[in-house]
Design a protein around this ligand. Structure first.
Ligand SMILES: Cc1cc2nc3c(=O)[nH]c(=O)nc-3n(C[C@H](O)[C@H](O)[C@H](O)COP(=O)(O)O)c2cc1C
Length: 318
């Protein structure tokens, strides 16, 4: 197993956490789809100093994504229907990964998806042969084309088999698999449980909420795809509630996200049950959001006599 090696830690609170055997120097991670392939942020963010970052979703073949408009702002959030545009896993391995490998201390989590189980497994197989990936994050919100297009992530049976298959492939490289859960379900605890039963190392949540915004003058959807995924502060309390439900359902590590813009938001997710957190939409307003939230979290811990950030996890008092 490739484990991120951190050379001890500075004075002050110990910010290290471990997710599925991978040690991170900070619990704050850049979320998939909002941080490119990492290299785009190289000049702005010290990639070797943040907890980790998750790549854009990678598929077997390159994908062009949906027609524009694909992103709009909403009250306290944004909607997107990018359509999982990406360069394809093979181009990522050839063009981006060598640059990421050259950044000392950078922890790369590869986000993977596919429209069939075979597609997902193939993406992981390709990555297995390449150095420089610490962990996989499987985006389960993708439609399962072999079964009528219903998302893998909303069908417990499909999610179990997908998680098991992908975990077995990831095992061949000794890399942990984290399953990213869809929030568009009635019982997210059950979805986490079937993933845990399939032997995955961690779950992450939430992905975006299916939503619709209408231009009342034209009476047309404001996003060309009609519906889009809602993210940002608008979803935070729902996401925190879902992390809490998942924490009651499983004992594997949880990576929480949804609307985090400041240190206290990260603390909330950790108290609800998260070991680490991801920051997505906030990086659009401030490309340094991940770094700023990480340093804010360290200050928050110091100011609250929290000597080890990991002690916050599951700290909710009810
Ligand atoms: C523009 C955009 C693109 C995204 N692309 C992906 C993706 O490719 N794969 C994925 O698993 N999640 C993707 N997400 C979801 C985010 O990683 C995250 O789960 C979600 O936005 C909630 O966190 P936030 O409120 O901090 O943004 C995307 C989100 C946005 C806003």
């Amino acid at each position: 197993m490739e484990v991120a090696v951190t050379a001890g830690h500075d004075k002050g609170p110990d910010m290290r956490v471990t997710v599925a055997g991978v040690e991170l120097r900070s619990p704050v991670i850049a979320a998939s789809g909002t941080f490119g392939y990492g290299v785009e942020f190289e000049e702005i963010v010290a990639l070797g100093k943040i907890g980790a970052f998750v790549t854009k979703g990678l598929s077997r073949e390159p994908m062009a994504g949906n027609p524009a408009p694909r992103v709009i702002e909403t009250a306290a959030g944004m909607m997107n229907a990018i359509g999982l545009q990406n360069m394809g896993v093979r181009a990522f391995v050839e063009e981006k990964l060598p640059k990421l490998r050259a950044i000392p201390g950078a922890v790369v989590i590869a986000n993977v998806f596919g429209y069939t189980m075979d597609d997902c497994a193939e993406v992981i197989e390709v990555l297995n042969d390449a150095e420089g990936v610490a962990m996989y994050e499987l985006n389960a919100s993708c439609p399962n084309t072999a079964h009528g297009g219903m998302s893998f992530g909303v069908d417990p049976d499909a999610l179990y088999w997908l998680s098991k298959r992908c975990r077995e492939v990831a095992d061949k490289a000794g890399r942990p698999l984290m399953v990213k859960l869809s929030p568009n379900v009635t019982d997210i605890g059950l979805m986490a449980k079937v993933s845990a039963d399939a032997g995955v190392g961690a779950v992450s949540l939430v992905n975006t909420f299916v939503s619709l915004s209408i231009d009342v003058e034209t009476r047309r959807p404001r996003i060309a795809n009609v519906t889009g995924g809602l993210s940002g502060p608008a979803i935070k309390p729902i996401a925190v509630r879902m992390v809490h439900e998942v924490a009651k359902a499983v004992s594997i590590p949880i990576v929480g996200m949804g609307g985090i813009t400041k240190a206290e938001d990260a603390v909330e997710f950790m108290l609800a049950g998260a070991t680490a957190v991801q920051v997505g939409t906030a990086s659009y307003a401030d490309p340094r959001a991940v770094e700023n939230i990480a340093s804010g979290l360290k200050k928050w811990c110091a100011g609250h006599q929290v000597s080890e950030v990991r002690s916050l996890t599951r700290g909710l008092r009810v």
